[in-house]
Design a protein around this ligand. Structure first.
Ligand code: NAD
Length: 257
């Protein structure tokens, strides 16, 4: 088991990538702190882990609120004694997010608050706990759009993920000598609620699919396996990098059929 005796905190673990990662990390031996704002679905993730013999705890936290982030880390240490893996994964993509000329500044602020400030606050309160544990691994969910343009305009989301990617590099350098690794995970387009709500017509979905060499959306479970690698000791010499798990989108010009 790759996370035996480890404690992992995962934000956004009520759905999609966070939920699949919580289930996988628990199967690999971790005690998992499931964090979300959707209490009913978060609790379900916990119950599923416990039903298969794993250890898990639900902590309600809105990652854009500092006191909530302090609380989720306190809950991890109080219940499981330490924190070794911090997976800052919670994120939103607002369906009103658009191009720069039509940008709604409330959408901009909400997106930046959750997607970028949320990662900062996770680190602000999580890093002291990782230090107390003698080190650990931070995985921050960015996106392929952090490094390339998106075919469907979503300026606030893209800016937030660019920030996560840049911030992850600095965090990695600053905290390397504390035995804390920090990496950004860059998923391609996934068949999760977040994207399917945004690409709400067949035309929009096809417009995105045309760019993906593998010809399909990714599954949350496929990205969770990459998160597990970064979280575990298998990635002991991996820090400050970004792992693209994108069905080939960043590697090729694609000829539409
Ligand atoms: P999802 O919508 O299925 O899950 C996101 C979870 O985050 C939900 O459970 C939601 O309740 C929670 N959340 C939202 N706001 C929160 C807040 N303020 N505090 C705490 N939790 C909050 O989405 P997903 O596709 O699993 O996305 C997970 C991450 O992956 C996000 O950061 C997203 O930006 C990123 N990502 C997704 C895709 C994609 O195509 N779906 C691609 C690249 C990156």
């Amino acid at each position: 088991m790759r996370l035996e005796n480890k404690v992992a905190l995962i934000t956004g673990a009520a759905s999609g990538l966070g939920r699949e990662s919580a289930l996988l990390f628990a199967r690999e031996g971790a005690a998992v702190v499931v964090v979300d704002v959707n209490d009913a679905a978060g609790q379900q993730t916990v119950e599923e882990i416990q039903a298969s013999g794993g250890r898990a705890l639900y902590a309600h936290a809105d990652v854009s609120r500092e006191e909530d982030c302090a609380g989720m880390v306190r809950a991890a240490e109080a219940e499981f004694g330490a924190l070794h893996v911090l997976f800052n994964n919670a994120g939103i993509m607002d369906s009103a997010d658009d191009d720069a000329t039509t940008a709604d500044l409330e959408v901009w602020s909400r997106t930046l608050d959750i997607n970028l400030r949320g990662v900062l606050l996770g680190c602000k309160h999580g890093i002291p706990a990782l230090r107390r544990a003698g080190g650990g691994s931070i995985v921050n969910t960015a996106s392929f759009v952090a490094v390339m343009g998106a075919a469907t305009p979503q300026i606030a989301y893209t800016a937030s993920k660019g920030g996560v990617l840049a911030m992850s590099r600095e965090l990695a350098v600053v905290h390397a000598r504390e035995n804390i690794r920090v990496n950004a995970l860059c998923p391609g387009p996934l068949r999760t609620e977040l994207l399917m709500k945004f690409l709400d017509t067949e035309q929009k979905r096809q417009r995105r699919l045309v760019h993906i060499p593998l010809g399909r959306f990714g599954e949350a479970a496929e990205i969770a396996r990459a998160a597990l690698f970064l979280a575990s000791e298998e990635a002991s010499y991996v820090t400050g990098t970004s792992l693209m798990v994108d069905g080939g989108i960043s590697a090729a010009y694609v000829t539409p059929e």
